[in-house]
Design a protein around this ligand. Structure first.
Ligand SMILES: Nc1ncnc2c1ncn2[C@@H]1O[C@H](COP(=O)(O)OP(=O)(O)OP(=O)(O)O)[C@@H](O)[C@H]1O
Length: 854
């Protein structure tokens, strides 16, 4: 038995007992292992674990001793044992480092984020240069390039490139000599840089600056007179724990030190176990939703660089803090809001960690083979990977993954997914790798950013903003600012722009499917810019940001900058992408002078954007945003406009809470304008949605739209003469797949294509990924096949919907009627519904749907 793992049922008292080795501490846990309560005795330092785990936590003991007591098998820690709390929670090595300084510092880091500070930016530059040096690049050129890359941030900090280059060169020189020596010493090389590491059995992850002959080397830009700092040793020990090579020594390089920069130290078992116990404390505290007080550690608060933040946060949020508190607690509403949203974000962080599960049990990993590898201009690679098994996958475009040659715990590279089809996955990766396996490796960056947005709202927003958002004051409108006509041919759109332009606090635009939300947003942005306002244009997804910009371009406006990564921004928008690299002063003014800045809500909470201020924030897709995600955009502006439709998909969130859009639309209906005329669907297609979701008040924009038919573009069989067709199938659903329905969809597709409908203008929607995979195998590549969620915001001439369900309706497409609303409103000319009528009749809503469709 090399591991025992279970859920904690009971935590026993820690006590001291006399043994033949002297006095020792012990604590007993009762774990539920394979359905049986099982005693596990923790000895010595591992007994501390009982001080912070609680019922419900998962605990694993690696290499336990087996004990027998009155005929019952139990376990105890032995000499080689290690205890891991919540192994599936991959704690970052840098978080363990912060926790060792003080648990409250770790908590505050997450809450307040990394601010735009010169030391931070310079640190990033020095790390980049170090990486280049190890890769054999020449220092001078590397310094120039890395300083250039940080141009925008340096410029915003008011720094000149020359001065920064001089400083970075100093740091580089400090390690150059050491590198020379170590290279001469062991004839090179065995250096590896920026290594992604994780260990799913120890619940840790991180990115080591470098490995030298498989020993961790950590770079710090500070100075150090004596031995390596304890917190740095602990961080390095975390990397050592994740390496399977059992390194004996670690090195911390202090590049700000006069004289020799390297501090080498022994990675003793005691140090490694200590690092793991600290990691366990982080995991236990975060998964239990505790707020550290600082009393857990014996740090000296009076000398702490986080003293001010710590005491103010504690004072305003009424938290206990070892350092004391400053200021009066905020009103109850603010504190309740903070608690509630904070808990949801922590739940989401947990959900991200749960997605790492394939790393420990192989379930869900994707098997692949390299089909093509193409070098990219920036030094990275685009890999085209053929899928070698039929397993459905949750991995989708935009995800962060690990690609490896079979064992992700050995040599894995992080990669961004560019495209996923039924038989292939395209990824962008830093180094070429002979990939045979892909694992989901979701990042908590977005959760971290939204946490910061929550903090900024509660602790930094002005009183008026807090009053309006927390329901203590109604939004104000300026009676005089709304004169003039903005959109001549659509009264509701015009009113939406006029109300928004007149808003003092906020305005809301509800746009049912195809009603011209994006068109209205573009017109609004132009109106605001004409008035001299500086506008932030933001949305949940990159796709929606680019769509809004496309609408702006169509209306003849191109004075915007698009912030985002090369991978995120759509190819045809790359020419508008803001290049952060360049001469600092020039880059900073280019951003500051831009009248319109466009980016995703996650980017809004980045350290660069947090420094920007706007008159207006216009947020599209707002009904799909959680409260903190919405805050990340609206925090940056004096007035904001949210655009969305709460009758379509709600936010993807760990909580059932409505979006801020929906909450405010309920609270302040007079601040909302609803668009009514839709430019997409034939009258017959829109009628069900109009009646069920919009009180019958959704209309085709004109006759052309109302009369749209597939017969205008093809010559289909008679049964498609009605824009809505129901195809009954008596199929069986097994594990979210309905093969008979898939066959029927294939037949419908063939019939339509044979009659002249272009294959690429037919979209197929199914509620489950498994059915999507089944359909994807049967249909040609140019036919888009996906789940409902991926189709929100898009449309096609023809949409075929496979319901899958065969007995009763407990599938996700039905658990929320809004999801079905989206599915039913994507088609312009023909909507074909394929399903089991008996199953659909079991639900009143779907029964009405059937009455309409047949
Ligand atoms: N006032 C208008 N006059 C003419 N055409 C319009 C007007 N408003 C919108 N449209 C057209 O209607 C179509 C749908 O508009 P848009 O893409 O803005 O809708 P949307 O509400 O954003 O869609 P979705 O519900 O999918 O998000 C576009 O082709 C757009 O050009």
């Amino acid at each position: 038995m090399d591991k025992v793992e279970g859920t904690v049922l009971e935590v026993g008292e820690t006590r001291t007992v006399a043994t033949r080795y002297g006095e020792r501490e012990l604590a007993e846990l009762t774990l539920l292992v394979d359905g049986e309560p099982t005693k596990v005795t923790l000895w010595g330092d591992w007994a501390e674990t009982a001080g912070y785990v609680e019922q419900g936590h998962t605990v694993a003991v690696l290499n336990p001793n087996v004990t027998e007591n009155e005929g019952r098998t139990g376990y105890a820690t032995g000499e080689d044992s290690r205890v891991v709390v919540e192994p599936s929670y991959l704690v970052n090595a840098t978080d363990v480092r912060a926790w060792v300084q003080c648990p409250r510092i770790e908590y505050l880091n997450k809450l307040t984020g990394v601010p735009l500070k010169y030391e931070v930016v310079r640190g990033t530059v020095v790390h980049g240069v170090f990486e280049d040096m190890l890769n054999g690049e020449e220092v001078e050129g590397s310094v120039d390039e890395r300083v250039r890359d940080a141009g925008l941030e340096l410029g915003l900090l008011g720094r000149e490139a020359d001065g920064v280059r001089d400083e970075v060169r100093e740091h580089a020189r400090a390690v150059e000599g050491w590198l020379e020596q170590t290279r001469l010493g062991d004839g090179d090389d065995g250096w590896r840089t920026e290594k992604t590491l994780f260990d799913a059995s120890l619940g840790m992850k991180g990115r080591a600056d470098a490995l030298r002959a498989d020993s961790p080397v950590e770079l710090k830009t500070g100075s150090c007179d004596g031995d390596a700092r304890f917190k740095d040793k602990i961080q390095t020990a975390c990397y050592a724990l994740m390496l399977q090579t059992n390194p004996q020594t670690g090195v911390v390089l202090y590049t700000g030190t006069d004289g020799a920069p390297a501090r080498e130290f022994r990675l003793s078992d005691g140090l490694l176990d200590f690092a793991l116990r600290k990691r366990n404390e982080v995991a236990a505290s975060e998964t239990a939703g505790r707020t550290p007080t600082g009393h857990e550690a014996n740090a000296d608060c009076s000398r702490c660089f986080e003293y001010d933040t710590c005491t103010v946060v504690a004072g305003r949020l009424d938290q206990e803090s070892k350092a004391g508190t400053v200021g009066e607690p905020l009103p109850d509403e603010e504190r309740d809001y903070f608690e509630e949203q904070h808990a949801v974000l922590e739940q989401e962080r947990r959900a991200v960690h749960d997605e790492h599960s394939s790393l420990s049990d192989d379930e869900g990993a994707l098997e692949v083979r390299v089909r093509d590898a193409e070098p990219l201009a920036d030094g990275g690679w685009r890999l085209e990977l053929s899928r070698t098994s039929d397993e459905p996958t949750r991995i989708t475009e935009g995800d962060l993954v690990l690609v490896s040659d079979g064992d992700p715990s050995k040599d894995a590279e992080t990669a961004w997914v560019r495209d996923v089809t039924a038989d292939a996955v395209a990824v962008r990766v830093g180094e070429r790798i002979d990939a045979t396996r892909i694992d989901a490796y979701p990042s908590t960056v977005t959760v971290d950013r939204y946490m910061v947005a929550l903090h900024d709202f509660v602790l930094k927003a002005d009183e008026r903003r807090r009053d309006v958002l927390l329901g203590r004051a109604s939004p104000g409108f300026d009676g005089t600012a709304s004169d003039g006509t903005y959109i001549e041919n659509n009264e509701a759109q015009d009113r939406a722009v006029a109300r928004s332009v007149a808003a003092r606090d906020l305005s809301l635009i509800q746009g049912p499917p195809g009603t011209g939300k994006t068109h209205t947003v573009a017109r609004l942005v132009r109106a605001l810019v004409d008035r001299g306002e500086r506008v932030l244009l933001s949305s949940f997804t990159n796709r929606a940001v680019d769509n809004a910009l496309e609408a702006l371009l169509e209306q003849g406006y191109d004075g915007f900058v698009r912030l985002g990564t090369r991978d995120g921004v759509r190819a045809d928008m790359l020419e508008h992408r803001f290049d952060e690299a360049g001469e600092p002063t020039e880059r900073a003014s280019a951003l500051r002078d831009a009248s319109v800045v466009a980016c995703t809500t996650a980017t809004c909470a980045s350290r660069v954007m947090r420094e920007q201020g706007f008159d207006y924030a216009v947020v599209d897709e707002a009904s799909q945003l959680t409260e903190p995600a919405t805050l990340s955009a609206v925090n940056l502006a004096s007035t904001f406009v949210l655009v969305g439709d709460h009758e379509q998909l709600p936010p993807v969130s760990a909580s059932e809470a409505p979006s801020m859009f929906e909450r405010l639309a309920d609270k302040y209906p007079e601040s909302a304008v609803t668009l009514r005329r839709q430019y997409r669907m034939a009258q017959r297609i829109q009628s069900f949605s109009s009646k069920e979701f919009y009180d019958g008040a959704l209309f085709p924009a004109d006759d052309e739209v109302a009369r749209r038919s597939i017969e205008d573009i093809a010559d289909p069989p008679d049964r498609y003469s009605d824009p809505v067709t129901f195809v009954p199938v008596d199929g069986e659903e097994r594990q979210n797949v309905n093969v008979d329905e898939a066959e029927a969809v294939e037949a419908v597709h063939a019939e339509l294509v044979d009659s002249g409908v272009p294959s690429g203008s037919i979209a197929v929607i199914a509620p489950f990924r498994a059915q999507v995979a089944e359909l994807g195998r049967r249909l040609p590549d140019e036919t888009p096949v996906d789940t409902v969620d991926r189709f929100q915001g898009s449309s096609q001439d023809t949409v075929v919907l496979s319901f899958v369900a065969s007995d009763d309706l407990d599938s996700p497409v039905f658990d929320d009627p809004r999801r079905l609303n989206v599915a039913l409103t994507r088609a312009k000319r023909a909507l074909v519904l394929v399903g089991n009528p008996d199953a659909l009749r079991t639900d009143p809503f779907c029964s009405r749907l059937l009455d309409w469709a047949v």
